[in-house]
Design a protein around this ligand. Structure first.
Ligand SMILES: [Zn+2]
Length: 285
C-alpha cells in the first residue's frame, strides 16, 4: 500500500492509496527523494499480515450506518479533504492531515497492518490506519461503501472545533468530521492483498513548486537555472516532449520538472488528453 507524506513549513499532507494504480508506483526519482529511510531501518518498514487476532466482537460494538459512505457525505459527516472514489462508491484514495513525525511513528510501530477476520459469516481483511485503541473505539462508525456490503470503512466522527476548524456557516460547524481508522474489505479484486502488504511509504519535503509558465512548475532554485536558458531553446526543449501513450504534444501536458544538472532535467508529466502519467529525462549539449 502506498502512503505518502509531503511536509513543509506550513502544512503536512498525507495520502493513502488503497488500490493499485500503475502510474502511482514509486519510481526511482521518488525513491531517491524518500526520507523515510533516514529515520527507520529497512526492516522496520513493513506491513504485517495478522491472521490470529479476533476483532469481530469489537466491530460488532460499533454503530453501522444505514446509508452508504457516499450517500452520507455532507449529510452525516464531512471529511478533511476530498477522497477519491470510483463510480460505484469504492474509495481508492484518502487525503488527510498527516504530520511527518506522526507518520514516522506510525510506520515505526507498524500501525498500518492487515488483519484477516471472520465477520458476519464472511472473510474480510481489515486494514488499520491508526493504533488499535483508535480503530476499535466502540463509538466509531462503520459505513458500507456500497449496498453490496462487501467493503466498509471505519471512521471516527470528531467535532470540527476539536480539529480547529472554523466555518462561516453555523450548520456546517455542527457536522462531524470523519477521520478514517480502517478499511474492511472482502473485495480482493479491488483491494488486492498483495498490494496492501507491499509497503511503499514515501516521506518527502515539499519543495514548494512554483508555476513559472502555463502548465509548467519547478522549484524556486530551478527557476533561475531554467531562466538562464534562452527562450527559444526552452521552447524547443519543451516541444520535444510528447505524450508517451497518445502522442499528444506539449500543449496537452502538465509538466513539473527538477533540474538534474545545468543541461538536463527530469520532467514528471501528466497528459490531459489520455490521463497518462509519465516521466521524461531531457538532456542537451
Ligand atoms: Zn496522452
Amino acid at each position: 500500500m502506498k502512503i505518502t507524506c509531503y511536509y513543509s513549513d506550513h502544512s503536512d499532507m498525507g495520502y493513502i492509496l488503497l488500490k493499485p494504480r500503475l502510474e502511482d508506483q514509486v519510481d526511482e526519482f521518488e525513491s531517491s527523494k524518500n526520507e523515510i529511510t533516514h529515520h527507520l531501518q529497512p526492516e522496520q518498514i513493513t506491513i504485517p499480515y495478522v491472521t490470529d487476532e479476533v476483532v469481530s466482537p469489537y466491530l460488532d460494538l460499533m454503530t453501522i450506518a444505514a446509508n452508504t459512505f457516499e450517500e452520507d457525505y455532507e449529510v452525516g459527516y464531512d471529511t478533511e479533504y476530498g477522497n477519491d472514489m470510483d463510480d460505484e462508491g469504492y474509495i481508492s484514495g484518502i487525503e488527510l492531515t498527516l504530520y511527518h513525525d506522526r507518520f514516522i511513528d506510525l510506520v515505526k510501530n507498524q500501525v498500518f497492518k492487515v488483519i484477516r477476520t471472520e465477520w458476519r459469516n464472511r472473510e474480510f481483511h481489515l486494514i488499520t490506519f491508526d493504533y488499535a485503541d483508535e480503530v476499535f473505539k466502540p463509538e466509531n462508525v462503520i459505513y458500507k461503501l456500497t449496498d453490496e456490503e462487501d467493503a466498509f470503512v471505519i471512521v471516527q466522527l470528531i467535532e470540527p472545533k476539536t480539529l480547529g476548524y472554523q466555518y462561516t456557516d453555523e450548520n456546517d460547524q455542527k457536522r462531524a468530521v470523519a477521520l478514517f481508522r480502517g478499511l474492511i474489505s472482502a473485495r480482493d479484486d479491488i483491494y488486492p492483498l498483495e498490494y496492501l502488504l507491499k509497503p511503499q511509504f514515501l516521506l518527502r519535503k515539499d519543495e514548494g513548486y512554483l508555476q513559472i509558465e502555463k502548465r509548467l512548475w519547478c522549484s524556486p532554485s530551478d527557476k533561475h537555472i531554467w531562466n538562464a536558458i534562452s527562450l527559444e531553446h526552452r521552447n524547443s526543449l519543451l516541444n520535444s516532449i510528447n505524450c508517451d501513450q497518445c502522442s499528444a504534444n506539449f500543449d496537452m501536458l502538465d509538466c513539473t520538472f527538477d533540474m538534474k544538472s545545468t543541461n538536463s532535467f527530469i520532467a514528471r508529466l501528466y497528459c490531459k488528453r489520455c490521463k497518462h502519467r509519465f516521466v521524461k529525462v531531457v538532456e542537451w549539449d
